[in-house]
Design a protein around this ligand. Structure first.
Ligand SMILES: N=C(N)NCCC[C@H](NC(=O)CCC(=O)O)C(=O)O
Length: 446
């Protein structure tokens, strides 16, 4: 049976903006209050999706969420018409208001953790939406993420959907950004690597001191239990607290894996050698490539600036691997030189393709942040909602939809405009029809 890794990219929402909401994420803080361009952001994302589909990859699309989140503002005590809620929140609780406006659901690497069917006890693909508790603006996402995942993977025979972990910092979970799966082939049982930033119930263990560790060991362990993963198919690794303190807020900013390749910075992990030994032992006798990048070749600072490790490593139909990198990697001499050398090192990675995703990069989201990987067999792929898969027709439809509904400049002040709320709801309502999602948004359920 054929098997695929399908990248489900987040479609950028109509209110994409820069609000400096993510302490510990350097790009987010540096670009606070910059003018965003939602139309360009959505189109950059669609072009990346279409390019991967054109390479012969299976490519999926996950719908964005509704923002401003009026339901949350009401829950926080703002009353009156939607326009009054917006006006009062923007005037009297600006930071809360901005958090409720973030289009951060575009980074679907944080949407959920996914375990493919060969790894799980009941042979189904398991999904747990991330609770994203560490940042208020991201903690608004899991319920609607669950609705969108259920509408995309809507077949209980093949797909199991869990509720997100308890909304508490002890179980802080950032989804697939801290999870990588190694395997010989997508359809064979794999080894799931969970990378955590701290121990929630043991303060004596190492932890960062400057920036927050968003993911806990206990959250990783809960997900492995929920998904029915055996101890032999899981490795828990601690992220190096020093790199979190240098702006590596998710593990996918410092390491990425695909099939039998693990590509990581020398400083990525805390107990690197023992973790790699455990991986080697659990992976078995098959060839495995650990590609370690030394600090002398690329500093952590350059890795964070260029997102060298937030690249997607994909296996092309001819079975070679390519790296999908942001153009920032091409523009940085040390990183560009490293990537030129990498494809000559005799690893499965044979080419690098650069994409302009600058609208997303300015908020700290590279190519890999924009996608959720779902390994599927042929039958499972047939059970996916077909309107969530990228092809020429869907590409055209979605571009036309973006042209019709999106603005090309958005400032903080625009976010309080009731007209923007109406435009966004009209756009999303139409999108749920284009993608045959049903009523996934609170405004459609009232
Ligand atoms: N590494 C991965 N997988 N994802 C990147 C997520 C970026 C996101 N930025 C933001 O939420 C910034 C929003 C703002 O500042 O307006 C975050 O920090 O959670």
């Amino acid at each position: 049976m054929k098997q695929y890794e399908v990248n489900f990219d987040g479609l950028v929402g109509p209110t994409h903006n820069y609000a400096g909401l993510s302490f510990g994420n350097v790009a987010s803080l540096n670009n606070a209050n910059a003018v965003s361009n939602p139309k360009e952001a959505a189109k950059q994302g669609l072009l990346k999706m279409k390019a991967l589909a054109d390479m012969g990859m299976q490519q999926g699309i996950l719908a964005p969420q509704e923002r401003p989140d009026i339901a949350m503002l009401r829950r926080l005590g703002f009353t009156g018409s939607d326009a009054t809620v917006l006006e009062n929140a923007a005037k009297n609780a600006k930071q809360v208001f901005l958090a409720c406006c973030s289009a951060s659901s575009m980074w679907t690497a944080n949407a959920a953790t996914v375990s493919p069917s060969p790894d799980t006890a009941d042979g189904r693909v398991h999904f747990t939406p991330a609770n994203l508790t560490n940042k208020f603006h991201r903690s608004l996402e899991p319920r609607v993420t669950g609705n969108i995942l259920k509408a995309t993977f809507a077949n209980e025979k093949y797909f199991a959907h869990h509720t997100h972990l308890p909304d508490n910092d002890h179980f802080g979970d950032e989804g697939a950004a801290n999870h990588t799966r190694l395997c010989t082939d997508y359809g064979h049982a794999g080894l799931e690597l969970f990378v955590y930033g701290r121990h929630a119930f043991d303060a004596s263990k190492p932890a960062p001191t400057r920036y927050p560790a968003r993911q806990t060991l206990e959250a990783c362990q809960a997900i492995a239990r929920l998904h029915g993963l055996s101890d032999e198919s899981v490795v828990y690794m601690q992220q190096n607290p020093d790199v979190i303190d240098q702006g590596v807020f998710h593990n996918d900013v410092i390491s990425v894996g695909n099939q039998n390749v693990l590509f990581y910075h020398e400083q990525a992990f805390l107990n690197t050698q023992s973790s790699l030994d455990e991986i080697r032992q659990k992976f078995g006798e098959h060839p495995l490539h650990f590609i370690e990048v030394k600090t002398s070749a690329v500093s952590v600072e350059d890795a964070v600036k260029t997102y060298l490790f937030n690249t997607q490593i994909i296996t092309l139909p001819d079975n070679t691997m390519a790296i999908i990198a942001p153009t920032e990697c091409e523009e940085n001499p040390a990183v560009h030189q490293y990537l030129q050398e990498l494809v000559t090192l005799g690893t499965p990675i044979k080419e690098v393709k650069y994409f302009d995703v600058k609208q997303s990069m300015r908020n700290g989201g590279g190519p890999a942040c924009l996608r959720l990987r779902v390994a599927l067999t042929e039958h499972e792929l047939d059970a996916v909602n077909p309107y969530t898969l990228m092809n020429d027709d869907q590409f055209k439809r979605l571009n036309t939809w973006v042209d019709k509904h999106y603005r090309d400049a958005l400032t903080e002040n625009d976010l309080r405009d009731p007209q923007l709320l109406m435009e966004s709801r009209a756009a999303l309502d139409e999108l749920t029809q284009l993608m045959k999602l049903g009523s996934v948004y609170p405004f459609q359920q009232d």
